[in-house]
Design a protein around this ligand. Structure first.
Ligand SMILES: Nc1ncnc2c1ncn2[C@@H]1O[C@H](COP(=O)(O)OP(=O)(O)OP(=O)(O)O)[C@@H](O)[C@H]1O
Ligand SMILES: [Mg+2]
Length: 253
């Protein structure tokens, strides 16, 4: 069964048509990378999946449950409580980490599980310490984000997302704000998660990484998924002219 299913997704900002009819699905344990030029709608797509943006038309199903559907041309979301629960199955890692600056690393990871999910603090802290260990940052638990490098902050952000026990994790260019020498440590954590069969959707410009980690790669351009396939098919043997042109440009830089 598809853990995420998107049909006919459209998103307009006023008169600007950003997503023009996206059909997409993925299964549990699969890693999907999303490639595409700036402005093609990659972030908007991901943001629609967890209600950071309201869709204009289409259907979104997460883990078999309908988050949003279109009936007689009108978008209908699940009732607020249901929608929150369904979106709770997803986690998000942003380009700019978005850690809470006034909280320690450990507090960043434990805050939402305790206050939103109402889980017992002791259990949450134990899990948080395990996650910080997994991302290689146990010894930073009591420090504040400002004392960490960008790569370390992003690894905390990943631990924070995982602490909410999502079924599926979205990444929006997780390494784009990092100096090149810091991208490796973040990509390594994502690779570890892939090896553990975490379901992930990753917007990235790291072609080699996408090739190595993804079960499926999609190429977006102009608000459409222009081409999708296995990582090898899409990256090494692209069929569409626009995919080819994009990959050629990426190899030049
Ligand atoms: N809140 C908004 N209001 C109006 N227009 C928006 C909004 N968010 C995004 N857009 C527009 O939607 C289009 C797609 O933006 P989006 O951020 O999804 O692209 P992207 O593929 O993620 O690009 P990048 O690679 O630069 O991050 C752009 O033209 C952008 O200006
Ligand atoms: Mg973007």
């Amino acid at each position: 069964m598809a853990i995420l299913e998107v049909c006919g997704l459209k998103k307009n900002f006023g008169s600007l048509k950003v997503l023009k009819g996206i059909d997409f699905q993925t299964e549990k344990g699969k890693v999907t990378s999303i490639l595409g030029p700036s402005g093609s709608g990659k972030s908007t797509f991901i943001r629609c999946l967890n209600r950071l943006e309201k869709i204009t038309e289409g259907t979104i199903r997460i883990d078999g449950e309908t988050l949003a559907d279109t009936v007689d041309g009108k978008v209908v979301y699940a009732p607020e409580k249901e929608a929150r629960r369904i979106c709770g199955k997803t986690g998000m890692v942003f380009q700019n980490f978005n850690l809470f600056p006034h909280m320690t690393v450990l507090e960043n990871v434990t805050a939402a599980p305790i206050s939103v999910q109402k889980r017992p603090a002791a259990e949450v802290e134990e899990t948080a310490m395990e996650l910080l260990k997994m991302v290689g940052l146990s010894e930073k638990a009591k420090q504040y984000p400002s004392s960490l490098s960008g790569g370390q902050q992003q690894r905390v952000a990943i631990a924070r997302a995982l602490a909410l026990k999502p079924e599926i994790l979205f990444f929006d260019e997780p390494t784009s704000a990092l100096d090149p020498e810091l991208t490796g440590e973040v990509l390594r954590v994502i690779r570890d998660l892939a090896a553990e069969r975490m379901t992930m959707l990753i917007v990235t410009h790291e072609i080699e990484f996408a090739l190595g980690v993804s079960d499926q790669v999609v190429f977006m351009d102009g608000g459409y998924i222009v081409e999708s396939g296995t990582a090898d098919a899409l990256i090494n043997h692209p069929k569409n002219e626009r995919t080819r042109a994009f990959l050629n440009r990426m190899h030049e830089v």
